[in-house]
Design a protein around this ligand. Structure first.
Ligand SMILES: Cc1cc2nc3c(=O)[nH]c(=O)nc-3n(C[C@H](O)[C@H](O)[C@H](O)COP(=O)(O)O)c2cc1C
Ligand code: SF4
Length: 513
């Protein structure tokens, strides 16, 4: 008897014991003389259920069990795990688990399903169909398709991807580049990592389509050094794609050249900012460049460069495969398509939820997240990383939409949501936001370099109860200078979390500690 089993190799699943579960399952099966074929896949994104095991039943359906610690494996195998039998940890098909069933998985459709290292598995699930179609189109037609899809950058600034590509396409030079921003520095975010570990060929395909569209021949993935599993998955995928002719001097026999390399960052938040990233990629200190010129005109090594986030690029193969309208049909207003949202912090069911824009924070926090992990009321959430505003409960009905968030002085950013229960001290969180800026500032401009350090001192005085009103007025004035005088978003947006905490949680700034 031979049984097919799928277990995640994702870093989160490994941290929660997936490798030990695999070893225990192999041992239990061997002792019973059962041939088990284990495929290591990406994560389905339901972190509280990892290590998740999926067993193929006699009808070819994958039946999930979770969380399966190694210590539970013998008991589960005795209960009939390998025949997809009944057990308290049996969840049925993943597609029927409510957390998963309510999602709209476009970019993450293959993650957790396919073997990330297999080109054949990728092809069997629609892989490279977008690239094949792109190769039959002109560069301008590809750019138009991406523009028509309404895709906006998922790295934070939400700039229309097609317009950026058009600027690069319009530059009349021989050497152009595609750079993938995989620095993923925002707190509470992990969708880039999950995509790169679970479906790395999708990113390779997206970058290749970008290269074909704008006339670039070389791509670089700038990956944060804290992601060794993603580095391994990407390098294996690039090699496999090259061996099968999807990368190299003759992409799919089209005569077009495109190749990709992985470059590791060294762990500075500012190297996620696109111009610092380019400096770092050129081997220099990660420091923000003055703009203009835009990277699309003068980017890597002075050449026109498309620089996009992992999720922006990974959305492209489907847009080319199914057409712009298919993607644009999801979402609302000017926020089209889906966003892979990451639920983190004090939340019962953390993980990845891919939904069309329009879903509310309340639905995400309660219907998906199940409320706080501590069982206490959720008092605040920070959306969009360390530069995102803190939103109070009264704003939880805001739909996820770039414009609706901007109207609140908040960010959707990279879609990370970090929840805090009612034990949080928001004045300390404001200090933390300011301290983060002081720590990560690249030092190029004065409002950020000096302002953030002075800001920590002002917040310390407020926390100590020294002349609170005068210090709050000084904090407001300092934040105004930082917001309007900083060279980049680090200094420019740190006022968002700081002043949103002051605005929505004033009692935390006036109480004695
Ligand atoms: C301080 C700072 C940090 C950033 N960090 C990241 C990051 O880690 N990943 C990312 O994709 N974009 C990051 N960005 C946004 C990039 O500068 C840029 O907008 C993005 O790479 C463009 O790609 P997109 O249009 O696909 O979003 C950061 C911006 C700032 C100001
Ligand atoms: S705002 Fe901060 S991080 Fe950005 S350029 Fe100025 S000093 Fe550097």
């Amino acid at each position: 008897m031979s049984v097919r089993v799928y277990i995640s190799r994702d870093a989160t699943a490994q941290a929660l014991g997936a490798d030990e579960t695999v070893a225990a399952l192999q041992a239990a099966a061997a002792s019973r003389g059962i041939d088990v074929r284990i495929t290591r896949v990406g994560s389905r994104g339901m972190v509280w259920l990892e290590p998740l095991i999926e067993v193929e039943d006699h009808a070819g359906q994958r039946i999930a069990y979770g969380p399966v610690a190694a210590s539970r494996v013998p008991e589960l195998v005795s209960a009939g795990l390998l025949e997809a039998g009944e057990h308290a940890l049996r969840l049925g098909r993943v597609e029927d688990v409510p957390y998963f069933a309510k999602q709209e998985r476009l970019t993450f459709a293959r993650v957790g399903v396919i073997d990330p290292s297999s080109v054949d598995d990728y092809l069997a699930h629609g892989g490279f169909e977008g690239l094949r179609r792109a190769l039959e189109m002109s560069g301008a037609a590809i750019v138009q398709e991406v523009t028509d899809s309404g895709l906006r950058g998922r790295g934070g600034a939400a700039f229309p991807t097609g317009i950026k590509w058009k600027t690069v396409l319009d530059q009349a030079t021989d050497q152009k580049y595609v750079v993938c921003n995989a620095d993923e520095g925002d707190s509470g975010t992990f969708s880039d990592r999950m995509l790169m570990e679970g479906d790395p060929l999708c990113l390779v395909e997206g970058m290749t389509i970008a290269g074909v569209a704008v006339g670039a021949t070389q791509g670089y993935i700038y990956l944060r050094c804290e992601y060794p599993h993603a580095a391994h998955a990407l390098r294996a995928a690039i090699e496999a794609a090259r061996a099968r002719g999807y990368l190299g001097g003759n992409v799919c026999g089209s005569g077009k050249r495109f190749d990709v390399e992985v470059r590791m960052g060294a762990g500075a938040y500012i190297c996620g900012e696109e111009t610092s990233l380019l400096e770092s990629l050129e081997g220099k200190r990660g420091e923000v460049r003055y703009r203009p010129p835009l990277p699309a005109i003068k980017g890597l090594f002075g050449c026109p460069t498309v620089i996009n986030n992992v999720i922006s690029l990974a959305a492209v193969p489907l847009i080319l495969q199914r057409g712009a309208a298919h993607y644009r049909d999801y979402g609302l207003g000017r926020s089209r398509g889906t966003l892979p949202i990451q639920l983190a912090g004090n939340i019962k069911r953390g993980g990845l939820v891919e939904k069309a824009f329009g879903v509310t924070l309340r639905e995400l926090l309660y219907d998906f997240g199940g409320g706080s992990a501590t069982g206490r009321p959720i008092r605040a959430v920070q959306v969009g990383g360390p530069l995102g505003a803190y939103l109070p409960e009264s704003q939880f009905d805001t739909p996820l939409d770039y414009e609706a968030f901007a109207a609140l002085g908040a960010l959707v950013g990279h879609g990370g949501i970090v929840a805090f229960d009612d034990s949080v001290d928001m004045a300390r969180m404001a200090r933390y936001a300011m301290e983060f800026c002081a720590h990560e500032s690249c030092g190029k401009c004065t409002p950020c370099r000096i302002g953030s350090t002075r800001g920590v001192e002002v917040l310390d005085r407020i926390l100590r109860g020294d002349s609170r009103e005068a210090n709050l007025a000084q904090l407001e004035s300092l934040c105004d200078t930082m917001q309007h005088g900083s060279l980049c978003g680090l200094g420019g947006m740190t006022p968002f979390p700081v002043m949103s905490a002051v605005k929505h949680f004033p009692s935390d700034f006036s109480r004695d500690r």
